[in-house]
Design a protein around this ligand. Structure first.
Ligand SMILES: C[S@@+](CC[C@H](N)C(=O)[O-])C[C@H]1O[C@@H](n2cnc3c(N)ncnc32)[C@H](O)[C@@H]1O
Length: 288
């Protein structure tokens, strides 16, 4: 495979979300199985159900978690349907759950339109069974819709200008790759500092394509509902839109006690060895 996804804050996740007394842990974003493998090793009596929408990632998890045999069940599904998926699997409650949001390294490096240099089709779907692609958003949304997506999901103050340049460029020819999109956004917004000028636009389009914020709201509501008393719910978020939803849903739920008054952040050492961890925030709550 060549690349490995390094699980973010894995010690902190294992310390705060799972324990030897628990029986069932749900990894709602099993990805390459990094967190799952660490948790299963640390807590030998724990069983785990792993969920992911991405077929390729689920295969990676399957290979990685094979050594744990019957302790692991893997299901391809979207955590926005968490309750239905668990109920179908005969599960009515659990002791701990992790949502590790964002992309895995396998997705970022998989030539699927997620990264600025991709010259393959502008896709950005985590679940290849869904209809809407980034190509559709970029080439078919009208100016107003495109501007709204970039402003709302990218918190990009240049949203109007970027949407205008995109709609002008696509009249000449459709925008078919992530590289083309990154260059077009680069024309509309000059680079300031180290961050690529298309970072926020890419985030926005990815959120739109995968309905990430609504999925998070729905998955988290189901998790709050189904956790056992004393069960732990943890979310690792990577940008402020996600973190705000987690913070507000945790605070707004009368059935939860907040475990992390302030989010847990990776230390300097972790960020140095895994720069993808730099914006991670882990929030944990406990069911009353
Ligand atoms: C950051 S990765 C998780 C990495 C994993 N914790 C590990 O250590 O290998 C996030 C994963 O969540 C999956 N994902 C994102 N949104 C999802 C959703 N709504 N339902 C299920 N899986 C989702 C992605 O496909 C990706 O594999």
């Amino acid at each position: 495979m060549g690349v490995t996804h390094i699980p973010v804050l894995r010690e902190e996740v294992a310390d705060n979300l799972a324990s030897n007394t628990g029986r069932l842990f749900i990894d709602a974003t099993v990805g390459g199985g990094g967190h799952s493998s660490f948790i299963l090793t640390r807590y030998p009596d724990l069983n785990l159900l792993g969920l992911d929408v991405d077929e390729g990632n689920l295969k990676t998890a399957e290979a990685r978690l094979r050594e744990f045999g019957g302790r692991v069940t893997l299901i391809r599904g979207n955590f926005r349907n968490l309750k239905a998926i668990l109920q179908q699997a005969g599960i009515s409650s659990f002791d701990g759950i992790l949502f590790d949001l964002g992309l895995s390294t396998y997705q970022l490096t998989g030539a699927r339109g997620f990264s600025f240099h991709d010259e393959s089709f502008l896709d950005m779907r985590m679940d290849g069974r869904e209809a809407l692609t980034a190509y559709d958003v970029v080439n078919k949304y009208n100016y107003e819709a495109l501007k709204r997506v970039i402003l709302e999901f990218g918190e990009e103050y240049r949203a109007g200008r970027i949407a205008k340049v995109i709609t002008e460029e696509r009249k000449k020819k459709p925008i078919t790759t992530a590289k083309e999109l990154a260059e077009i956004v680069g024309k509309a917004k000059k680079r300031t500092g180290k961050i690529h000028p298309a970072t926020k636009t890419f985030q926005a389009i990815r959120i739109e394509v995968n309905e990430e914020l609504n999925s998070l709201r729905s998955g988290l509501a189901d998790a709050i509902d189904m956790a056992r008393p004393k069960g732990r719910i943890g979310v690792i978020s990577f940008h402020s839109l996600e973190d705000r939803i987690v913070k507000e849903m945790f605070r707004g739920s009368a059935s939860l006690s907040i475990v992390t008054k302030k989010p847990i952040r990776p230390g300097r050492e972790e960020v140095l060895s895994n720069p993808n961890a730099r914006s991670a925030k882990l929030r944990v709550a406990e069911k009353k």
